[in-house]
Design a protein around this ligand. Structure first.
Ligand code: SAH
Length: 245
């Protein structure tokens, strides 16, 4: 079944952009997912085709009109989750991505200028979502971030090698660090344990590294997962690592 993505934007031509390359691009060609980008301006009703107006209460910039955005949303709405990109939204997480990727598709509304009239969030089942605590100039890059994160989880897109189960965030931890050849590079050697062939020891070392890096770089993750993430690797995970060798 094809994962159907619809994007509402003032710049439909910039899609698929980077999503047309590599894994996501091949999956798009193969019909694993589809992408339709719709120009919000097509739903403007006045002769100037205006989509925005000055902020009520004063202030700088322009705000996207709710009537135009609602007409654009209604033209694609069919039960798929509808998300609007905004720094005022709930930050995107891998859990949310996993949930979205399991649906039949997704509708993404990209803001521009000062953003979206707040009444749209009351009048439509539209979830405000942020891609991080910084401000972009438009929602399009955020939409691409969400789509890329979803598409790589669709069945058949990633190789079996990275099922995603051990990746960063999947267990409330960052992933362990990776190494490859050459064994020695600029005087730095791959950690001895990774060359030991002792799979249980390697799994334990990787887990310890993941916990330590998460503690140093992202203490918020450990807090959020209540420390449960610090359990030793599961038997299933250890077995899989042994099989990969
Ligand atoms: N004045 C707004 C920012 C507008 S940025 C504010 O301070 O909240 C213009 C558009 O870029 C937004 O409507 C949104 O669609 C997009 N955007 C900017 N930063 C974003 C972020 N961190 N996450 C998701 N979308 C973002």
């Amino acid at each position: 079944m094809t994962f159907r993505a619809s994007v509402l934007t003032l710049y439909p031509d910039i899609f698929p952009g980077p999503l047309g390359a590599s894994l996501a691009g091949r999956a798009l060609q193969e019909g694993v997912w589809s992408l339709e980008s719709t120009n919000i301006r097509d739903f403007a009703t006045d002769k100037h085709r205006s989509v925005d107006d000055t902020p009520a209460g004063g202030g700088v910039g322009m705000v996207l009109r709710p009537d135009v955005l609602a007409a654009a949303l209604d033209s694609v709405a069919d039960g798929r989750p509808m998300l609007a990109l905004t720094p005022r939204g709930k930050p995107l997480t891998q859990d949310r991505v996993r949930d979205l990727a399991s649906r039949e598709g997704i509708i993404l509304l990209c803001g521009r200028f000062e953003g979206i009239d707040e009444r749209l969030f009351e009048g439509r089942p539209l979830e405000p979502v942020s891609v991080g605590d910084y401000v972009l100039s438009g929602g399009e890059l955020g939409a691409m971030v969400i789509l890329d994160a979803c598409v790589r989880l669709l069945p058949g897109v990633m190789g079996a090698a990275s099922s995603g189960e051990e990746e960063s965030f999947e267990q409330g931890l960052l992933e362990y660090p990776h190494y490859t050849r050459p064994v020695t590079w600029e005087g730095r050697t791959i950690p001895e344990v990774l060359r030991s062939g002792d799979h249980a020891k390697i799994a334990a070392w990787r887990h310890a590294q993941a916990v330590e890096d998460t503690r140093l770089r992202r203490p918020d993750l450990i807090e959020r997962h209540g420390g449960a993430s610090q359990a030793p690797p599961s038997g299933a995970r250890r077995n899989r690592e042994e099989k990969q060798k």
